[in-house]
Design a protein around this ligand. Structure first.
Ligand code: PHE
Length: 443
């Protein structure tokens, strides 16, 4: 039998899913690559107008259906339920994401050790160490990837309630405390003003259709939307939980953590006169130099930071696997172990391919259509599958389910905001995301 979350347990689990590498690793480097403030503004607007709308939609679907993703679409459709049920297959996006996500968690774990023994004295040295690790050190990447793969699947095999909820309870506050400390430290540095300006002063000339699609895609990625992950968690939400409040809390926490991480990291970038557009290596390159500056205590902070980051990643990784596992278990009556073996095989193969596509000597082998497999997985999921998944959820809930059921569920918590939400769900979210997608993909 499934046990239910408490309301707090749900907020923690959903926040554990939302707050991950997307906030601390991806958001800063994407902002750097896309010219700063304008990217941040588009991202924030998307979170507010589209992200929150779809977040509430996913929670409502999970809560009303109390089933896996496929049966949620099937049971709630007022018509075409035989077709709509296939929309629930979007859970598989989680399997694609977790494949490259585990590679990055592997890097993070390697950096936990790196911080303890070898802090780089400046950005150049740091960039060299990271670049060499990702492009040449196949064996150690393989070991760390495999280690994290085993740990994550082991945790999911135990069911998510045991351990994970508790882990979140300890580690999320720890992560937040470390970030706040770093924010205060950054505050006293010369780069801070520039960092604020870079993040919040939009330079619209830097905006391209590619940066818009990245910002919108990232809003989905960071809130774990468009793959029925939040929906599956919400299937275990207590009946009397305040859906509006919990959704707001998760979205707020997620956004705040991304912004603080961005502020801290860019302060260091500007302080050391480095370039903000360093790509995926940004966190691995700039932060270690901050820890070096702090002396001995920097080592402790370096280790703590990457430990916290690893756990943030792990709680997200689990939430990418669980919805597919839950679907296979419910739908095909598989045992949890068997469902996980199937998922694990796919993830291991894809994960290794993703890793190999960054390695100099095996690059070609894992490159398709002149794009590395790592980048393909990332682009395909964040920029296409998740936004499309979000559009599908919005159209389904807006036009193919009973409005009364949603009203009864949400009005007590949302009052007159219900109508605004419903309008955003039917029109604003699907149309705006569709337009962005089409323009972005056209180039
Ligand atoms: N939200 C997570 C992050 O920001 C990533 C994620 C995507 C988790 C999809 C679950 C589902 O890192």
């Amino acid at each position: 039998m499934k046990t239910k979350f408490t309301q707090l347990g749900f907020v923690l689990a959903a926040a554990g899913s939302a707050v991950g590498l997307g906030n601390i690793w991806k958001f800063p480097y994407m902002t750097g690559e896309n010219g700063g403030g304008a990217f941040v503004l588009i991202y924030l607007a998307t979170i507010l107008c589209v992200g929150l709308t779809i977040f509430i939609a996913e929670v409502s679907m999970g809560r009303l259906s109390e089933g896996d993703s496929v049966s949620a679409f099937e049971s709630m459709a007022t018509k075409f339920s035989k077709i709509w049920k296939y929309a629930g297959l979007m859970v598989f996006s989680g399997v694609l994401i977790v494949s490259f996500y585990l590679v990055v968690i592997g890097w993070i774990v390697k950096y936990i050790f790196e911080m303890a023994v070898n802090l780089p004295e400046n950005v150049d040295v740091s960039a060299k160490i990271f670049g060499n690790f990702v492009a040449n050190e196949a064996l150690s990447q393989f070991v760390f990837f495999t280690l994290m793969f085993c740990i994550v699947f082991y945790i999911v095999s135990k069911g998510i309630k045991k351990g994970i909820e508790k882990t979140n309870l300890i580690l999320m506050p720890m992560l937040i405390l470390i970030l706040i400390f770093m924010l205060f430290y950054a505050f006293s540095m010369d780069g801070f003003g520039k960092s604020v300006e870079f993040l919040f002063k939009p330079d619209w000339s830097k905006v391209t259709s590619k940066s818009i699609i990245s910002a919108v895609g990232h809003a989905f990625f960071t809130l774990s939307l468009g793959l029925c992950c939040i929906m599956t968690y919400a299937a275990s939400l207590p009946r009397d939980a305040n859906i509006a409040k919990t959704s707001l809390q998760v979205a707020f926490l997620d956004t705040a953590i991304a912004l603080v991480a961005g502020l801290v990291i860019f302060t260091f970038i500007f302080h050391f006169d480095a370039k903000p557009s360093q790509g995926p290596g940004l966190v691995f390159i700039s932060l270690p130099t901050l820890f070096y500056q702090l002396g001995f205590i920097g080592k402790i902070f370096g280790v703590l930071f990457f430990v916290a980051l690893a756990f943030a990643g792990i709680t997200s990784a689990i939430s990418m696997i669980e919805p597919t596992a839950f679907f296979l278990i419910r739908r095909f009556k598989l045992s949890r172990q068997r469902a996980l073996v199937i998922i694990a095989i796919v993830v291991y193969v894809f994960g290794l391919l993703a890793m190999l596509s960054n390695i100099e000597s095996s690059k070609e082998f894992a490159t398709f259509f002149s794009k590395g497999f790592f980048d393909i997985l990332d682009f395909l999921t964040s920029s296409i599958l998740l936004p499309v998944g979000g559009i599908v959820i919005a159209i389904f809930l807006g036009f193919f389910t009973k409005k009364e059921a949603l009203e009864i569920l949400l009005k007590p918590y949302m009052g007159r905001f219900f109508n605004i939400w419903y309008f955003a769900l039917r029109y604003v979210a699907p149309i705006s995301v569709f337009v962005v997608l089409v323009n972005g993909l056209r180039g």
